[in-house]
Design a protein around this ligand. Structure first.
Ligand SMILES: C[S@@+](CC[C@H](N)C(=O)[O-])C[C@H]1O[C@@H](n2cnc3c(N)ncnc32)[C@H](O)[C@@H]1O
Length: 250
């Protein structure tokens, strides 16, 4: 299997690998301030249900170490922390400082001073020791990473033996009729909403296009296996608009 086939595509635009990371960083720097609002508007609030289900699947226990990569403004980190009754430790690691700053401010507003750490770093080269975490989560992040296979190998490296990988990401709808409606909505409505609400059509055009470049459920499952994960499996949410992938570091 060729490694990282998506690395030279920024949405539908061909780019050099290093340029892709820089462009993705630019997108999230631009959208950080309006990111949470746009998520609610674009998904009609559905992203909250998907994230809730994701967090319930991870279910961290007291004393466990969680790493939320591409954690952005912190939805998953807050959810994991509360799910453990504030007794697990969560480390957020994200490429874009502006996203992390929004997350940190939200944590302060929620009165969460201890228990969640915020770091800037690249999923492809994580600034953590081998065998450090019980859970690795990445939600709506993996499709933005330039070299997906490198990120999967890094996930495997930083997990403890027995640790689990969880990815929530847009995927391939399994109902053909739904796919047509979803495509029309994604390509015609979302960039316009981006322009109206965030004054940024291009970033939202990229976000929509990047969904189509991302490997489908079966392909991502195989790539988890190639990265070393045992028992790779996935569950479709909302007819495959989103999928939750899991793997175990045996
Ligand atoms: C769509 S947001 C998802 C944020 C959050 N996980 C959520 O579900 O709301 C994608 C995030 O991935 C981050 N990101 C993109 N490439 C990354 C990389 N190579 N390493 C770490 N984070 C990355 C972006 O900065 C952005 O915050």
């Amino acid at each position: 299997m060729t490694l990282n086939p998506e690395s030279r595509w920024f949405g539908n635009q061909p780019v050099e690998e290093d340029e892709k990371t820089r462009l993705v960083h630019g997108v999230f720097t631009n959208v950080a301030a309006k990111y949470d609002l746009m998520n609610d508007v674009m998904s009609g609030g559905l992203h909250r249900l998907w994230k809730r289900r994701f967090i319930k699947t991870v279910r961290p226990k007291a004393g466990q170490q969680c790493l939320d990569v591409a954690g952005g403004t912190g939805d998953i980190a807050f959810g994991l922390f509360e799910e453990s009754c504030r007794k697990a430790h969560v480390t957020v690691c994200d490429l874009t400082p502006s996203m992390v700053e929004v997350g940190r401010d939200r944590a302060i507003n929620k009165g969460i001073i201890k228990g969640i750490d915020w770091t800037v770093g690249n999923a492809e080269d994580l600034p953590f020791e081998d065998n450090s975490f019980d859970h690795y989560t990445i939600a709506f992040g993996l499709r933005n990473v330039t070299r997906i296979d490198n990120a999967l190998h890094e996930a495997y490296r930083v997990l403890k033996p027995g640790g689990r990988f969880y990815c929530l990401e847009f995927s391939q709808p399994v109902v053909p009729m739904l796919e047509k409606i979803y495509d029309a909505y994604s390509f015609h409505i979302i960039p316009k909403m981006g322009q109206l609400i965030a004054q940024d059509k291009e970033s939202y055009q990229y976000l929509v296009e990047s969904i189509r470049q991302f490997p489908n459920q079966e392909k991502l499952k195989m790539r988890l296996q190639s990265a070393g994960f045992s028992k790779p499996a996935y569950t479709d949410f909302t007819f495959g608009i989103v999928a939750l992938h899991q793997g175990l570091k045996a």
